[in-house]
Ligand binder design. Structure first.
Ligand code: SF4
Ligand code: SF4
Length: 105
């Protein structure tokens, strides 16, 4: 059986989960202790967490996944995956253009 590939083809889901260092982060909460699914690798797999709400620092900068996948964002567990955060940025940009009002001269 071939390994499941996600988003960027050069890393499998298993590799991402193995390399993720979220469990050593002060912000990390193991949702499985609250009866939900255990989550990590929020940048590529889970996106925004179902149980993490308080930001207490983000150690993604020290994670090999961040460097390998050239990820630009942080706090994937509270703000959403890399794609979600990038899309939010463009959505805000679009909205700001839409609401731009030409100054009266
Ligand atoms: S970049 Fe952050 S969320 Fe993504 S795998 Fe690494 S530690 Fe986990
Ligand atoms: S995404 Fe960042 S802030 Fe959230 S648990 Fe992982 S390392 Fe910590």
């Amino acid at each position: 059986m071939s390994k499941q590939k996600i988003a960027k083809p050069e890393m499998s889901k298993e590799e991402l989960l193995n390399l993720c260092i979220c469990e050593g982060c002060p912000t990390y909460v193991d949702c499985s202790k609250q009866g939900a699914t255990k989550e990590k690798a929020f940048c590529m797999i889970f996106g925004k967490s179902k149980c993490i709400t308080k930001e207490k620092g983000c150690i993604c900068g020290a994670c090999p996944v961040k460097a390998k996948m050239n990820l630009k964002n942080f706090y994937f567990c509270t703000k959403g995956s890399e794609d979600q955060q990038n899309n939010n940025f463009f959505f805000i940009l679009l909205q700001s253009k839409h609401h731009y009002v030409q100054p009266q001269l």
